[in-house]
Design a protein around this ligand. Sequence first.
Ligand SMILES: *Cc1c(COP(=O)(O)O)cnc(C)c1O
Length: 377
Amino acid sequence: MNIRIPFNKPYLTGKETAYIQEAVASGKISGDGLFTARCHRFFEQRYGFAKCLLTSSCTDALEMAAILLDIQPGDEVIAPSYTFVSTVNAFVLRGARIVFADSGAEHPNLDVSTVEALISPKTKAIIVVHYAGAACDMDAVMALAEKYRLWVIEDAAQAVESFYKGRPLGSIGHLAAFSFHETKNIISGEGGMLVINDSRFANRAEIIREKGTNRSQFFRGEVDKYGWVDIGSSFLPSDIIAAFLYAQLECLEDIQQKRLQLWQAYQEALQPLADAGKLQLPTLPPSASNNAHMFYVLCNNLEERSALIESLKAQGIWAVFHYLSLHRSPYYHSKHDGRPLPHCDRYADTLLRLPLFYELSQEGLGEVVHHIYQYYA
Ligand SMILES: *Cc1c(COP(=O)(O)O)cnc(C)c1O
């Protein structure tokens, strides 16, 4: 089928290949080279993250988090059901049972007011997902974590350059995971990062990322030989990936400005349809900033959404739905405790993401809007 306006188009800033060549010319293209160090420094300086470690994906960063927190079979982890598989799969791999929380009535983020009732003596951690880059109510989450002595992991895959009460997302939980998959704001094809805000995890994180060896300490001259000291895997990306990522980071502000313009243009253009009750526009939770990761609308029901998708597709425009409720997934539904999570199911049925990418022109955006109006006419 003819795709005139795709859902996403990875944006290249222009410097990616030059930096990759530089990495290759340096003679060191495995992990933790020059560009990896530059990326770490960029994030640590810009957001005040205590320690950053690039990984091959956000999924890897979440798997590292589960190992770091020493999640054991039978431990319980509270997480939203309206999220990507990796948010919880990383913990299932260590044997955890996932206790799914519902989304809020106003926003797909987990409804923190429902979380306390889900805590049991087996609960070890709460994983929050900042959906569409919009912050969860982190004060409430951290207060619960303190009261019950739980770990908090921020799945900040979509949350680069976004804030909660002025604090960068990814800096609030004990650990946080970012993604640089080609569908995110800042990309390296595949890529991710673990942020370690609680310094107790810093040394072990390096070891887990380097196949369970203390290789990083060895290269800093802190030990005179390196060996196998813990479990781990190969979670670090090649410096070629980091070189690509660094080119993107240099253009972060430009990319964000462009995305925010597009986001606001959608919002303004679709407001009359929302006022007429045809669909709902996204709302920002209190204290959350907007990083323009995603522009979505909420249709009135599944049938309307399916028809709208088809109608846009017939015009060559690709708008896509998002998560299916994980508590009802083929893998987990029989393990779920049976509580209905109606808000999560509603977003699974009605949320529709519109094309949003750096090179989307005003005309392109205007066409998407025009055809949405046509559908509702
Ligand atoms: C994209 C995404 C992930 C996975 O990121 P990868 O880098 O592809 O592993 C995890 N969680 C959320 C919320 C995401 O949006």
